[in-house]
Design a protein around this ligand. Structure first.
Ligand code: AMP
Ligand code: ZN
Length: 472
């Protein structure tokens, strides 16, 4: 078992990680999930890919992770869009929830244990707000809204260095928006009194009809589904302020205990030197990648090349070259499956040790603040290690793929029966090759490629297989 080290935004340094319930090897982890009013862009997916590899790394060290990813189904954005479209919040958000699950599946992200919807935790939000009012960390305004009193929280600004003078200067000012910058620190809304722009979206509360602010939602879902101090909270760096800062303020002032021992944040996906963002219009969806022939797993592979705390600069060239490398690994994998029974030799025991070394090295570099780039470098080396027989190599690849989640296990389990129409083309191509009719054999290869199959020609024979990275 490797020592796990992570950069903790809470302490602003790399720390050794050990969970609260280390006796039971249990880790609780909360990831801020999507606002389900549209399809997530690939920048958003960077945050989920990062949370997934973090979880897989922890699990590979023998821990059992309870992973919560919330769904924001009520906030300014969902309400505005549902009213514009004349549909209910449920009608608006259900298809996007499904869309999110589909995207996750195509990226081989492990399903969370629970995907709570904010609207199911409103009683817990009310409970927290009542506690905050009782303890004088929050106050009600005349219209029936409730605000968090930032100046009452001595620890405010633990994640992002906040100038205490700014808090003093702005004391008493009120921020009704869910998103704002840290130059604009003011008391923020925990509960927003109903107004006509909210349409039918209103809930009973001790302060009258209204709806929650965005930040209180995560405090409530974390308390409801984890409870007490959690081990790890994740998100993108843009969630640090005000969202995570406010989550900490709410939960710690209400309950008096640490909200999360570790906050781990990933940096942004950049395109043309700018953060990919809905508001800037420079965003791409997973489907846009597919339209460019890039499989979601190639995008994930590309991200592994950059440390999670650095910006990842995306260009079509870098995505294409990531896909080429991943495809080469898959081609070798397919050849290994094909050959695995042909060359087991007496060196098996030593080879097992060598193979085990790769797993250990990968676990170690990942445990060291998630060095994914080194992990994939070791993974690539394994494919070309001629000392390891194919049978053992296959098992090792599948074992490492359980940590890296690059789809090798899924592909291995696929029903690879070749349908008769494809077999006919394969037979024709084999004949063309025997006759040295390379023009025809190239044409037939292309036809197979267009039908989602790849051809690997070796000295001895040609191997045909379903394209693992067919982005259709
Ligand atoms: P949102 O739906 O805007 O709350 O974003 C969902 C998640 O995506 C959050 O964790 C954000 O921090 C993250 N995120 C948004 N844009 C990017 C980006 N360009 N790169 C990486 N993560 C992002
Ligand atoms: Zn959140």
């Amino acid at each position: 078992m490797a020592t796990i080290k992570l950069y903790n935004t809470r302490s602003h340094k790399i720390e050794e990680f050990s969970p609260i319930d280390s006796r039971n090897k249990f880790v609780s982890m909360y990831t801020c999930g999507p606002t389900i009013y549209n399809t997530p862009h690939i920048g958003n997916y960077r945050a989920y890919i990062f949370a997934d590899i973090l979880r897989r790394m922890i699990e590979s060290n023998g821990y059992n992770v309870k992973h919560i990813i919330n769904l924001t189904d009520v906030d300014d954005k969902t309400i505005k869009k549902s009213i514009e479209l004349g549909i209910t919040l449920d009608e608006l958000t259900k298809p996007y929830e499904q869309d999110f699950y589909n995207g996750r599946e195509s990226l081989e992200l492990l399903p969370a244990n629970i995907y709570p919807r904010a609207t199911n935790s409103i009683p817990k939000m009310i409970e927290i707000i009542e506690l905050l009012i009782q303890k004088d960390f929050a106050y009600k305004t005349e219209d029936g809204s409730v605000y968090f009193k930032v100046s009452a929280d001595k620890n405010y600004g633990i994640l992002v260095n906040v100038d205490p003078n700014k808090i003093k200067e702005n004391a008493g000012g009120r921020m009704n928006n869910d998103e704002y910058d840290n130059e604009n620190i003011q008391d923020f809304a925990l509960w927003k009194a109903w107004d006509v722009n909210d349409g039918e979206n209103k809930w009973e509360s001790p302060w009258g009809l209204g709806r929650p602010g965005w930040h209180i939602e995560c405090s409530a879902m974390a308390e409801e589904f984890i409870g007490g101090t959690m081990d790890i909270h994740t998100g993108g760096i843009d969630n640090m302020f005000p969202h995570h800062e406010n989550e900490i303020a709410q939960s710690e002032c209400a309950y008096g205990h640490t909200f999360a021992n570790f906050f781990v944040h990933c940096n942004h996906l950049m395109i043309d030197g700018k953060k990919m963002a809905k508001s800037d219009g420079n965003f791409l969806m997973l489907n846009d990648l597919k339209d460019h022939g890039i499989h979601p797993l190639s995008y994930k592979y590309f991200l592994y090349g950059t440390h999670y705390r650095s910006p990842a600069n995306m260009t079509w060239d870098t995505l294409n070259s990531a896909q080429t490398t991943l495809m080469r690994m898959y081609e070798k994998f397919i050849s290994i499956i094909d050959l695995k029974n042909t060359n087991i030799n007496s060196g098996t025991i030593i080879a097992e040790d060598n193979a085990e070394d790769y797993i250990e090295k990968i676990k170690n570099v990942l445990a060291n603040d998630l060095n994914t780039a080194e992990a994939i470098a070791f993974f690539i080396e394994l494919f070309d290690d001629i000392e390891i027989p194919n049978e053992i190599k296959l098992i090792t690849i599948l074992e490492i793929d359980k940590i890296l989640g690059l789809g090798f296990n899924k592909y291995y389990k696929l029903d690879k029966t070749i349908p008769s129409d494809i077999q006919k083309i394969i037979d024709e191509r084999n004949i063309a090759r025997e006759n040295k009719d390379y023009t025809k054999s190239d044409e037939l290869r292309e036809s197979l490629n267009n039908k989602g199959y790849i051809v690997i020609d070796t000295k001895e024979k040609s191997i045909f297989a379903i394209n693992p990275l067919d982005s259709a």
